[in-house]
Design a binder for this molecule. Sequence first.
Ligand SMILES: [Zn+2]
Length: 139
Amino acid sequence: MNREQSRTAGTLDEMPRLVKSERISVMIVISKNDRKIRIGYIPNDQLRNENGSILTRVGTRCTTCNENKGFTLLVERHTFLPSQNDNYFLQCDNCVERIGLEVSEVTKIERIAKLNEKLKLKKISKEKYDQKIEKLLRK
Ligand SMILES: [Zn+2]
């Protein structure tokens, strides 16, 4: 009886230490949570409208290789609970060079990229896509 009691007491004593180290490892995992999320692909010709380049700073082609057919819009989400930080990029489909984007630039092309992704995943008919993309590109 006595021996069992002391064993129980010993286990209880070690418990807080175990819980503590578990918490620490969870925190490390969370702080490393950097996710790269694909928003959608944008061909070069959708980066310009009748007034010229939609993103004047970026242009309509990769300035590093000048041989790309388009870019993929990506977001890197760094999570440090309770906050998160999003960094947006255009990634060249040829040389994989990345261009960091300002939020105001992302706003101009995000809907185009999302619509292209919908079509690619067949979540929208080609007919509907054509109607919507025309409106987006005319802006
Ligand atoms: Zn390139």
